[in-house]
Design a protein around this ligand. Structure first.
Ligand code: NCD
Length: 359
């Protein structure tokens, strides 16, 4: 596999200008960064989902958990979260512990030497001296890519996993969303042929941008983008979907979309990106779901949300069997454990263990 593309073989300028689909080719060889949704193939997603399920089942038994903890006990992960996070941080940190990785973290750049004027690149390079992998969330779009390129060009080229960058990418959330959809539709033909509605702040929600792309890898999926005009999905995303030949509809009519959808992917208003509080002037009342709407939903539909939620999903529906957001969150831990194991190319050990495992 000597002809695989590597970040150490391209200048930052040339790499930065590549289209997303081509960038992904640079993350397949070690150190196997995970930076953008566009780097995954359907086969890779299917393998990761299958591995997540094996890890989930193996961890149910004590001897299984003990086995999993031996797998990466010689590795250390750095969790660098320069933006608020509960679920992503906790699920990555739990996934690391599940596999025996020890973790160190910086969750507030004010506590790192960045306040002394150190460049973010130098800060990360410092982190890399103490870790075998960096899991990072950063407010600047594309910064994870920059870091991955920089580390790939040092003598410690360790993998970078993007745990959310700016308003542009959240590839591991998209991975756990795919895992949730796959599990939810397991008995009704999988993700192929399903309709997925994205609802809420689609202009600034990075989870939607990443997941919408992954859905192009499935056959005959139809997507609805349901949002007030000011918060509609960006033209750049639609261009990618057009190029992939995906069928979609851009609409404000949530009531019409509800009964047609197999999955509703609700999102909150991302007002942290407001310049002058413009979100407060947008009426989002008709982009919410509550008990009154349940009757029109398909019986097999699922309601998802990357969380945190605000008013877009009423707590009244939390106990409906179609409310999938809490299970979706837990799926994050299994999907991220599968990704970490694959990053270090240790998945075969789980596959072998599982083959002999008394299911
Ligand atoms: C999302 C994020 O950070 O982009 N949260 C998450 O990772 N589960 C969604 C959000 O903050 O709205």
């Amino acid at each position: 596999m000597g002809n695989e593309k590597k970040l150490s073989g391209i200048s930052w300028q040339d790499f930065k200008e590549l289209p997303l689909a081509e960038k992904g080719e640079y993350f397949q060889a070690p150190p196997c960064h995970t930076l953008i949704a566009q780097q995954f193939s359907r086969a890779q997603l299917e393998e990761l989902c299958a591995l997540a399920t094996k890890i989930r089942r193996i961890s149910k038994r004590r001897e299984g958990s003990n086995f999993l903890r031996t797998l990466l006990s010689d590795h250390r992960a750095m969790l660098y979260f320069a933006q608020p996070s509960s679920r992503t941080y906790l699920s990555f940190s739990s996934a690391c512990k599940l596999l025996g990785l020890s973790t160190i973290d910086v969750r507030d750049s004010k506590t790192s030497s960045e306040v002394k004027g150190e460049s973010p690149e130098d800060t990360i390079r410092t982190f890399s001296s103490y870790a075998d992998m960096i899991i990072m969330r950063h407010p600047v779009g594309g910064f994870a890519e920059r870091v991955a390129w920089m580390l790939s060009n040092t003598n410690r080229p360790i993998p970078v996993l993007n745990a959310g960058s700016g308003a542009d990418q959240h590839p591991t959330q998209a991975l756990l969303d795919i895992y949730t959809l796959e599990r939810s539709f397991e008995k009704i033909g999988g993700i192929d042929g399903k309709s997925v509605a994205f609802v809420g702040d689609l202009a600034r929600g990075r989870t939607v941008r990443s997941l919408a792309w992954l859905l192009t890898l499935y056959t005959d999926v139809k997507v609805y983008f349901v949002a007030p005009e000011q918060l509609q999905i960006g033209a750049d995303v639609l261009e990618l979907l057009d190029a992939a030949g995906m069928e979609y509809e851009v609409t404000q009519d949530f009531a019409a979309v509800m009964p047609k959808s197999d999955a509703l992917y609700m999102t909150r208003i991302q007002d942290e990106w407001d310049v002058e509080g413009e979100s407060t002037t947008i009426d989002t009342a008709s982009f919410c779901i509550n008990e009154e709407h349940l009757d029109v939903l398909k019986e097999t539909a699922v309601i998802m949300h990357p969380l945190p939620r605000r008013k877009e999903i009423s707590t009244d529906i939390d106990n409906d069997p179609r409310a999938m957001y809490w299970r979706q969150m837990r799926n994050g831990m299994w999907a991220r454990a599968a990704l970490i194991l694959t990053t270090f190319d240790r998945q075969d050990e789980v596959n072998e263990y599982y083959a002999d495992y008394d299911k």
